[in-house]
Ligand binder design. Structure first.
Ligand code: SAM
Ligand code: SF4
Length: 383
């Protein structure tokens, strides 16, 4: 039997009850209501993509992200899953995941999501310290987060949790305590993200005015190295820079499609996709504002406002920036056969000599020294 190309569908639900001061995603304040107009547009956009792209086969994954897609009712989620099944079909055991905020995640909600078809819930816990949660502008407590984990587990789905570390003034001792509390939840998958401060966010404004202290690069690097080592020791090695799983079956199959340069459709406001159209790998972006997105879908039959055929160099650059994030590395032979691209050997040799990269059996990997510098390494490799 030939191996199917992993293929995914991402659904962006942009509404949040509260906008967190660090968040740079395409988000809008949820002021109540079911947003059925947006849901209808998303369903039509799935159909529109189905009619226009070369789907490589049935879907391996469907991921509801945001924003806060756990604000959707189980019935709304079910309609999306049914439409995806009709338009693209699913492989035998697809991953159907939902990002969820702890404040809305009780047992009844989790049971509803599971019966709608969700089989993996990723909970945005961020911290199990109430003071840190307050600093991060979250509307849940550490106890709420623990209850949310329990509720998700009771629904029989796979459970993951997101944490943010490297907060201003966070000492190694504080993060050691934070990481241990996280690992004590005993989950099979975690995402540990260092706090990034983006311009345009509330934290970005504070940082610009000098009111938000940033840790030194050395301190950030030490926290990152500690996270990698300590989580691995607890049986949760990183399989991607920020993502840890107890075994391969627990890894995020959806995110692996991004990191392995696969094809996926992105629907909902401001969603990005990568798909083949008439055999060309194409970058697709939908209209970011919900009202515009609904209007574009109505007028065109899909929500895409940018549709760019990628050159072999662009495909290679994306494959490198994504693939180097993976512990498993990047298959240079496969990269060459799909894009015709050969890495400049001099650049590769120089970064290898400096101890940032290594190549064995044609698999290119980033060594610990280069983990925090992947974007720079890609530019130097392609220079
Ligand atoms: C798209 S968000 C959605 C999660 C969900 N709405 C929540 O807040 O619980 C996914 C994850 O990205 C991470 N994240 C968002 N902004 C971040 C930032 N500025 N720095 C580090 N991690 C961030 C958080 O851990 C968050 O759970
Ligand atoms: S972190 Fe989650 S809840 Fe907070 S604004 Fe971003 S998407 Fe919304």
């Amino acid at each position: 039997m030939s191996k199917q190309t992993p293929f995914g569908l991402y659904v962006h639900w942009p509404y949040c009850r509260r906008l967190c001061p660090y968040c740079d995603f395409n988000i809008y304040r949820h002021r109540g209501g079911a947003h059925d107009d947006l849901l209808r547009a998303i369903l039509k956009d799935i159909e529109g993509h189905g009619a226009r792209i070369d789907a490589p086969g049935p879907l391996h994954s469907l991921s509801f992200g945001g924003g806060t897609p756990s604000l959707l009712a189980p019935g709304q989620i079910k309609t999306v899953i049914e439409t995806a099944a009709r338009v693209f079909g699913f492989v035998a055991a697809p991953e159907i995941s939902l990002e969820a905020n702890p404040d809305v995640l009780d047992r009844a909600a989790c049971a509803g999501f599971a019966s709608a078809g969700i089989n993996r819930i990723s909970i945005g816990i961020q911290s199990l310290d109430d003071e840190e949660l307050h600093f991060l502008g979250r509307d849940h407590s550490a106890d709420d987060a623990r209850r949310a984990v329990d509720a998700a587990q009771s629904a029989g789905v796979r459970v993951s949790a997101d944490f943010i570390y490297d907060l201003p003034d966070q000492t190694m001792a504080a993060w050691t305590h934070g990481l241990e509390a996280a690992l004590a939840l005993d989950l099979a998958h975690y995402s540990f993200y260092g706090l990034t401060i983006a311009p345009g966010t509330a934290f970005g404004h504070q940082a610009k005015k000098g009111r938000l202290k940033r840790p030194s690069e050395d301190h950030s690097a030490a926290l990152f190295a500690f996270t990698q080592k300590h989580a691995a020791k607890a049986g949760l090695p990183a399989y991607e820079v920020s993502n840890h799983a107890s075994n391969t079956a627990e890894q995020s199959r959806h995110n692996l499609i991004y990191w392995q340069n696969g094809d996926w459709v992105g629907v909902g406001p401001g969603a990005h996709g990568r798909a083949h159209i008439q055999a060309n790998r194409t970058a697709l972006v939908t209209a970011p504002r919900p009202e515009d997105y609904c209007a574009v879908v109505k007028a065109q039959g899909w929500g895409v406002i940018e549709n760019t055929v990628l050159s072999p160099e662009e495909v290679a650059m994306e494959a490198l920036s994504m693939g180097l994030r993976l512990q498993a590395g990047l298959d240079l032979e496969a990269l060459n056969s799909t894009t015709g691209f050969v890495l400049p050997q001099q650049n590769l040799q120089s970064l290898t000599d400096q101890g940032y990269l290594n190549t064995r059996d044609n698999i290119l990997r980033v060594l610990p020294k280069g983990q925090a510098l992947i974007d720079r390494l890609v530019l130097e490799l392609l220079a």
